[in-house]
Write a protein that binds this ligand. Structure first.
Ligand code: NAI
Length: 235
């Protein structure tokens, strides 16, 4: 019998995160999801309540996962928020909150889990960035800074952990149909679709499949890469 693989996914309760959880479950992983709200109960899925904006909440949740799971083969940092606005009117809180949830939480989870993976001498970390971290976007300086930060962070971590056979990669989604993009009007969505070479907004499961690939042994020689799942937007 093959050994049970363990995955930890942040923000697994909805949107892209819940699709990542479903795909990993379907591939036989036991999954721990860290989020404030819980997704439906499923076999082999554990929910750990956590506010990723809060350092002590995140650190406590990570210790709970490690206690329960013992080992972690795959870490997916997916939790993320937007607090959009033009720089001249951006409040400190909008900057601090986005950087805390989108970037500091990635530092905290990677710091703790990389220790575990380094001692296991195996593991795959996938951090979810955005095409906005590559291309920039007016009204999203805070979000773009956090998502570009994830790319530099992940490439550096990939270099630090490669000698321990731990791989670190980034998935950069384009426009994906979730609660995050629900706020956009139908007309705006149609306009956006015209800017995408594949001519449509993406589905959360399309991002999840890319994550599952990078998590798997099929990607055993891939580290430090940014895989855009964006219908060709950022090429
Ligand atoms: P969503 O808003 O549907 O889901 C975000 C997830 O993060 C939820 O599970 C939520 O509970 C969790 N989360 C947010 N704040 C949290 C906190 N303080 N503590 C714990 N969990 C928290 O968003 P979506 O679209 O599924 O986004 C997932 C990731 O993909 C994010 O990192 C986002 O920046 C990124 N992304 C999304 C794109 C899109 O078009 N939807 C495009 C590019 C990147």
């Amino acid at each position: 019998m093959s050994e049970q693989k363990h995955a930890l996914v942040t923000g697994g309760s909805r949107g892209i995160g819940s699709e990542i959880v479903k795909v990993l479950l379907s591939e036989g992983y036991e999954v721990w999801s860290l989020s404030r709200t819980k997704m439906d109960d499923r076999e082999n899925l554990h929910h750990i309540s956590c506010d990723m904006a809060d350092r002590s909440s995140t650190e406590a949740a990570l210790e709970s996962v490690i206690k329960q799971a013992g080992s972690v083969d795959v870490l997916v940092n997916n939790a993320g928020i937007t607090r959009d606005g033009l720089i001249m009117r951006m409040k400190d809180e909008a900057w601090d909150e986005v950087l805390a949830v989108n970037l500091t939480s990635v530092f905290l989870t990677c710091r703790r889990i990389s220790r575990l993976m380094a001692s296991q001498r195996k593991g795959s970390i996938i951090n979810i960035s955005s095409v906005v971290g590559i291309m920039g976007n007016g009204g999203q300086t805070n979000y773009a800074a956090s998502k570009a930060g994830i790319i530099g962070f992940s490439k550096s971590l990939a270099r630090e952990l490669a000698s321990r056979s731990v791989r670190v990669n980034v998935v950069a989604p384009g426009f994906i149909d979730t609660a995050m993009t629900d706020a956009l009007s139908g007309v705006l969505k149609e306009q956006i679709a015209t800017q995408i070479p594949l001519g449509r907004i993406g589905k959360a499961v399309e991002v999840a499949e890319a994550v599952a690939f990078l998590a798997s042994e099929k990607a055993s020689y891939i580290t430090g890469q940014v895989l855009a799942v964006d219908g060709g937007m950022a090429m």
